[in-house]
Design a binder for this molecule. Structure first.
Ligand code: F6R
Length: 612
């Protein structure tokens, strides 16, 4: 988490860095700060709260200068406060630093530095690093680049850092390990940021810095070397991102825009990958592993949060169609077990951001043990696709709302394609079945469009249950991960306690919670478990629970029992998660808005969880 932005060039740096921080606010919004150098010296402004608070605080200050760097924080070490905000400075205040990540051995380094006379002004791990750099520069009598290189060899943990020296206003130093960093290459200017969004309106040419690389950036030149001192020739890539993708486009919130984008994002995800008339799925990203896929013993899916829910949907689909056993693991648990992994395993890592620390660690462990890694990721060029042997991008476009919506449905789409692809390669599906499934899949974006048309009814339901203190989401089969996802969406943006459960498990415990105060949302579409879900609905009604049911259009049975019904179009069971998720996203959204919550930036959360 945390977002970083740096600029060096010929333009006024403050507006560039400030705007960049606003774009990166999804990464954390506990505090913000900017350091800027001009002829008068270095000015540092920092403030607890959002970037807007910093903007107001610095309104009448001197903000001139053509070199600057800024930070938006998601607190780890030290409470959110002005003094813990970045940038942090060295003991002599000459050097300043911004940092995304965690310096794990900061406590021992700090003790050593204190014994050498250093005084600390914050509780952060980051401040320790800049003091260490200062100390090494003093002892080794080296230039700043070399001091940073030597200091980074002493630290453990993750970092994307930018460093400025007020006595050397012609350079920025940047480095990364485990946290993302993009360098924008302009003419007579360079930009540094956690992702490409602060850079896109100035240049399309970018370099993704690799782990263990350090860069010396001046306005006309860039030197990249590895921590072992070997100079690198960085690859300049062209961004596909468009500026309008980063704006709300008339919607009140990014989350709502992203919910409504789903017909488009799913179409983009399938483009060039399905050929319904021929009954063919093409996944260029994993095609060189096709022989391996025919002979694997099992698939392990690793992910966190919403991406883990997509993994559970993937389990149903891959087992159903490709007949390969699948295990779905929380990356954070998997990495600290001693799991049995062999060279015959394929590990699918799912991540919207491609930067989630636990998922990355799980990949590294599985790779060491010989597994083949497939990444499913939304952000191009992020760490997870780079760590993977092969993979498939979701192509959902930038997701800015902290609560994941269109990324989830795109992940499910990719997993559906993978299941069909593997089934086709292994011969576990007939050609006629594949043609019929692909033909229907092709129409799913239109069906999502129809599902979105229930918005007004969903708003009415939201008004009825917005003051609840708890809410239960129940589903069976692939409706279970949908229930989990519905519950997660509600709790993260509206702060209502919500649980997702397999409907049949209700009687083993959660049924004790049911009374007239408890809304229970059922995924009750007409599929193989329809009759059984109806029985579960009756169990809730018998205890005076309030039932909200997601039903197939034209349903009459559930309507007799439920307090409120929300219809979605009929579809093959394989596509139920893609459709049933839509009303749940809208339900959470409207409840959160009605409760006055900050939908796009819910408290305590960050979009990119780069710490474990
Ligand atoms: C919930 C949400 C999180 C993420 C999780 C994993 O709406 O967004 O639960 O799904 O932090 O993030 P990624 O997919 O970036 O690895």
């Amino acid at each position: 988490m945390c977002g970083i932005v740096g600029y060096i060039g010929y333009r006024e740096a403050w507006p560039i860095v400030l705007k960049g921080l606003k774009r990166l606010e999804y990464r954390g919004y506990d505090s913000a700060g900017i350091a800027i150098i001009n002829e008068g010296g270095q000015n540092i402004y920092k403030k607890v709260g959002k970037v807007a608070a910093l903007e107001e605080f610095a309104e009448s200050q001197d903000k001139t200068g053509t070199i600057a760097m800024g930070h938006t924080r998601w607190a780890t070490h030290g409470v959110p406060s002005d003094r813990n905000s970045h940038p942090h400075t060295s003991n002599n205040n000459k050097l300043s630093i911004i940092h995304n990540g965690i310096i794990e051995n900061y406590a021992t380094l700090k003790e050593e530095l204190i014994s050498r006379g250093h005084e600390f002004k914050s509780d952060t791990d980051t401040e320790v690093l800049i003091h260490l750099i200062e100390e090494i520069q003093k002892i080794e009598q080296t230039d700043l680049l070399e001091a940073v290189r030597l200091a980074l060899k002493e630290v453990t943990g993750a970092y994307a850092i930018v460093i400025m020296d007020r006595e050397n206003p012609d350079q920025l130093i940047a480095a990364r390990k485990g946290s993302p960093m993009v360098i924008g290459v302009g003419k007579g200017e360079y930009f540094i940021a956690s992702d490409a969004t602060p850079i896109i309106e100035y240049t399309k040419n970018v370099i993704y810095l690799n782990d263990h690389e350090i860069a010396l950036v001046t306005k006309d030149d860039l030197l990249v070397k590895r921590l072992d001192n070997v100079v690198q020739s960085p690859l300049i890539q062209e961004l596909e991102l468009k500026l309008e993708m980063l704006e709300k486009g008339g919607f009140d919130h990014f989350m709502l825009k992203e919910i409504y984008e789903q017909p488009r994002s799913i179409r983009d995800c399938m483009r060039g990958r399905i050929y319904p008339e021929e009954g063919k799925v093409q996944l260029g990203g994993i095609k060189e592993f096709v022989e391996k896929l025919k002979n694997i013993d099992r698939i392990i899916i690793v992910a966190c949060g919403t991406s883990w829910h997509a993994g559970l949907v993937g389990e149903y689909l891959i087992e159903e169609y490709a007949r390969i056993p699948v295990e779905v693991e929380y990356a954070s648990e998997f990495r600290y077990r001693n799991p049995i992994i062999t060279e015959k395993d394929v590990v699918i890592a799912i991540s919207q951001s491609g930067e989630t620390a636990d998922t990355m660690a799980a990949i590294e462990m599985a790779k060491e043990r010989g597994a083949t890694i497939f990444g499913i990721c939304n952000v191009a060029g992020a760490s997870i696709p780079r760590l993977s042997h092969a993979g498939v991008y979701t192509h959902a476009g930038p997701e800015i709302g902290v609560a994941s919506t269109k990324a989830f449905t795109a992940q499910v789409t990719v997993l559906t394609l993978m299941a069909f692809y593997m089934a086709q390669q292994k011969g576990t599906i007939t050609q006629s079945k594949l043609i019929s499934l692909l033909t229907e899949l092709d129409s799913i974006p239109d069906k999502i469009q129809i599902a979105l048309e229930s918005n007004d009814i969903i708003k009415e339901v939201a008004a009825k249950i917005k003051d609840s203190r708890n809410c239960l989401f129940l589903g069976r089969g692939s409706g279970f991960p949908v229930a989990l996802e519905g519950a997660l969406k509600l709790k993260e943006i509206s702060y209502i306690h919500a649980e997702g459960y397999p409907a049949a498990e209700m009687k083993h415990g959660p049924i004790a919670l049911i009374d007239e105060e408890m809304p229970v949302v059922f995924i009750a579409t007409q599929n193989s478990s329809y009759e059984k879900v109806i029985s579960n609905i009756q169990e809730v009604k018998a205890r005076k629970g309030k039932v909200i049911a997601i039903v197939t259009k034209g349903d009459t049975e559930v309507k007799k029992m439920a307090d409120y019904c929300i219809e979605i179009p009929d579809a093959d069971e394989a596509f139920l998660p893609l459709l049933a998720t839509i009303p749940l996203q809208l339900l959470s959204y409207h409840i959160a808005v009605m409760r006055g919550c900050n939908v796009d930036q819910p408290r305590n959360l960050a979009k990119s969880v780069t710490v474990e």
